[in-house]
Write a new protein. Structure first.
Length: 130
């Protein structure tokens, strides 16, 4: 189901548009962040959520800052209840979507985002990482 959801997301993006390089496995994304010395951006989603669908189709699709996201972060998309493990005790939330930013030691950096964030607000949030 998660694979289908991610595949659908990629199919909806035009071929010429910059897309976020989403990982679906937290451990692999963390290893990549260590290797590239980048911040890990973790997007926690819930299936069948209008707010989660909205963040993917507005904030993380066809925005001018997508290239910057790929330069600054290793991005991982995690769906609530997925089989692959992630540090649920550290990234615990009751609000979906939620975005966490972690350094290479898996410590929080910047401000986490709980709930939907508009493209305009996310663009402002990115300035924290310049």
């Amino acid at each position: 189901m998660k694979f289908f959801f991610i595949l659908l997301l990629f199919l909806n993006v035009s071929l010429n548009a910059e897309t976020i390089k989403w990982n679906s496995n937290y451990e692999e994304a963390h290893k990549e962040a260590l290797k590239e010395n980048k911040i890990l951006m973790v997007l926690l989603m819930e299936s069948n959520s209008k707010e989660c669908d909205k963040i993917l189709t507005t904030t993380f699709k066809e925005q001018e800052y997508i290239k910057k996201i790929n330069e600054l972060f290793v991005s991982v998309l995690i769906t609530k209840g997925q089989k692959e493990s992630y540090p649920i005790e550290m990234l615990y939330t009751m609000t979906y979507p939620s975005i966490f930013f972690l350094n290479t030691q898996e410590l929080f950096v910047g401000n986490n985002i709980y709930g939907y964030i508009s493209p305009e607000a996310f663009k402002i949030h990115l300035k924290l990482y310049d």
